[in-house]
Design a binder for this molecule. Structure first.
Ligand code: DC
Length: 229
């Protein structure tokens, strides 16, 4: 049998990372961890505890409340996917809104938040056999991962994908708003001081601008098999 490895998938938002990572984990019978959902869960906490006023976050208050935040994942029988829970409440739907997307990059720059989530992610991947997607998995969380992939696509393609997703859920958004959010998150994620979004030296680049989901999956699977040898 192939050896169990750690697979780190990083990249820009809305590049198809989580879809590809989930599919790969399912195929390999590995655990899948969506680390973006964890930063989104903290953002949802900040919003629901009124720590955000006029789009300004009270970072110190959030830091003081970090011990009140417990994030867990639990399999959803209907979708066969893992939903994210905040203090026991399923918030899978609530974390995918534009309101959360607009605040999450500001949450992700806080070192105390990152330290808490990174420690939990490292614990979840301790036994290998994991596909983890995020921004800093290959650089910070698992710098020794056997396979590192960095996914990207043009901002226009990514905004269009996210726009279709949000519209399907019934959210009232314009393509322009979504493109603005994509570009703004790229800027903040790539320029933050703590764990900026960068391609690890040993990561394979996957540009999905003109690739179908099937093509992305095939390539990832091929890379995963090579890495297991
Ligand atoms: O993958 P996503 O779009 O759901 O991630 C939401 C935000 O969380 C993203 O803008 C940056 C942040 N993030 C991070 O800083 N580090 C991670 N490992 C995952 C996400």
């Amino acid at each position: 049998m192939d050896r169990k490895i750690t697979i780190a998938i990083d990249g820009h938002s809305s590049t198809g990372k989580s879809t590809a990572a989930k599919q790969l984990a399912q195929e390999l019978q590995y655990i899948y961890v969506d680390t973006g959902a964890m930063y989104r869960a903290v953002s949802y906490f900040a919003l629901s505890e009124n720590l955000v006023h006029n789009e300004r976050l009270d970072s110190q208050k959030l830091i003081d409340r970090l011990d009140d935040i417990t994030i867990t994942f639990k399999r959803n029988e209907e979708t066969d996917r893992a939903d994210v829970y905040l203090n026991g409440q399923n918030i899978e739907q609530q974390i995918r809104t534009l309101e959360v997307s607009n605040i999450v990059s500001h949450i992700a720059i806080i070192s105390e938040v990152r330290a808490k989530l990174v420690a939990q992610q490292q614990a979840m991947g301790r036994d290998k056999g994991v596909v983890m997607d995020g921004r800093d998995i290959g650089t910070v969380v698992f710098p020794d991962a056997a396979l590192k992939v960095f996914m990207t696509a043009t901002p226009e393609v990514r905004a269009q994908r996210r726009y279709v997703e949000l519209k399907q859920r019934g959210d009232e958004v314009t393509l322009d708003e979504v493109l603005h959010n994509v570009l703004e998150r790229d800027r903040i994620d790539s320029t933050r001081e703590d764990s900026p979004l960068i391609q690890a030296d040993d990561a394979k680049l996957l540009d999905t601008s003109t690739m179908t989901r099937e093509e992305q999956f095939e390539l990832l699977l091929e890379w995963a098999k090579e890495a297991m040898e």
